[in-house]
Design a protein around this ligand. Structure first.
Ligand code: PLP
Length: 379
């Protein structure tokens, strides 16, 4: 089956009672047993729920994994994977990863005895040089946030294998439609399903996808033991969202490319960060590693914070809001919004300035988005 067909069909047929075309929501905490040693495969909803299982089967197939656990948020998916490690273990991550991930690693797990190196993973030598005898994991996020730096997944996997470390990829920005880290040798893939997988800005969720039995079992155990699974209602919404993932990603990308080209020509705009532009330093790598360029982009507006604020508050179609990956376009200011959980020092080191504006392109018509962004830039 082709990708778009899998989006629509895998996992969804779970109604032998009435043959409904869509997956029923099973809002139950418990399931009754038929005898002392038999039930219908479910006993308690923290461990498993049929609606959630449908979503998990679907996402596992889209990523090319063997198993998936759907969690309450993207952060709980990341939390789950941190339980692969024990005190003393060292993990390498990008210096420009998602702000909430940075906070979790830097503030919480550092207190619990894990150690981290945050490096510019755009250059593979930095990753290699950060390896220590205790390195047990390498965290991959590509393209990065908010400056859309592309990390060479296969090269990082090579360094990890030499070091005997596992690799975990946060594939939120691309979705499996545009990038499948397992194909490049990654061990575990996570998502914030809040973003493109659900795609409609009406749920927060996450998932962890595995490709081998041992890690699949471990993830399942941790999600149950920690109580991180998502509700059947949320699972149902994400499963519904995924059915249109392919056509949505195409529409997102078409508009993103058009807006990026307009911004690149605009006199009030400095650097435009979008891997689809030939001017992007890793355009060739993105072309090789991804099936498209996605719909996240950032740019530097000339003039500092006041000018940036004017642009951000004068857009009419673009909502000024955090998050990304929904059908509606959003603009945000990483310095005080998505990346406020990083220190000022860490933000500047990652290249986020007071001129940086981040954009999540929705699926509106590109001409309307261009007209709106232009009038905001010229206001
Ligand atoms: C949003 C996001 C997360 C966190 O997900 P939540 O659903 O908000 O908990 C993690 N990684 C990336 C890349 C994200 O964009």
């Amino acid at each position: 089956m082709h990708f778009e067909t899998r989006c629509v069909h895998v996992g969804v047929n779970k109604d032998s009672a009435y043959n409904s075309a869509t997956t029923p929501i099973y809002p139950t905490s418990t399931f009754y047993w038929d005898s002392l040693d038999s039930n219908k495969g479910y006993d308690y909803a923290r461990s498993a729920n049929p609606t959630r299982s449908a979503l998990e089967e679907n996402i596992a197939k889209l990523e090319g994994g063997i198993d998936c656990r759907a969690t309450s948020t993207g952060m709980s998916a990341i939390t789950t994977t941190m339980h692969f490690f024990k005190p003393g273990d060292h993990i390498i991550a990008g210096h420009d990863i998602y702000g909430g991930t940075f906070r979790l690693f830097h503030d919480i797990y550092s207190q619990n005895g894990l150690t981290f190196s945050f490096v510019d993973m755009g250059d593979i030598e930095n990753v290699r040089n950060a390896v220590t005898p205790n390195t047990k994991g390498i965290w991959i996020e590509t393209p990065s946030n908010p400056l859309l730096r592309v990390v060479d997944i296969a090269a990082v996997v090579g360094v990890a294998r030499d070091a005997g470390a596992m690799t975990i990829a946060d594939n939120t920005f691309m979705s499996p439609y545009l990038q499948r880290p397992f194909e490049h040798g990654v061990d575990v893939v996570i998502h914030s399903t809040t973003k493109y997988l659900n795609g409609h800005s009406d749920v927060v969720g996450g998932c962890v996808v595995t490709r081998d039995d041992e890690r699949a079992e471990r993830i399942s155990y941790i999600v149950n033991a920690l109580g991180l699974a998502c509700s059947p209602f949320d699972a149902w919404l994400v499963l519904r969202g995924i059915k249109t993932l392919g056509p949505r990603m195409q529409a997102h990308e078409r508009s993103a490319m058009a807006v990026a080209r307009m911004l690149e020509e605009h006199p009030r705009v400095g650097t435009v960060y979008y891997p689809g532009l030939e001017s992007h330093p890793q355009h060739e790598l993105a072309r090789r590693q991804q099936d498209g360029f996605g719909a996240m982009l950032s740019f530097e507006v000339e003039g500092g914070r006041d000018v940036a604020e004017r642009v951000l508050t004068n857009t009419k179609l673009f909502l000024m809001a955090e998050s990304l990956g929904g059908v509606e376009s959003l603009v945000s200011y990483p310095d005080t919004m998505s990346h406020a959980s990083m220190t000022l020092e860490a933000r500047r080191a990652a290249g986020i300035t007071e001129n940086t504006i981040r954009v999540s392109i929705g699926i509106e018509h590109p001409d309307d988005l261009i007209a709106d962004m232009k009038q905001a830039l010229e206001s």
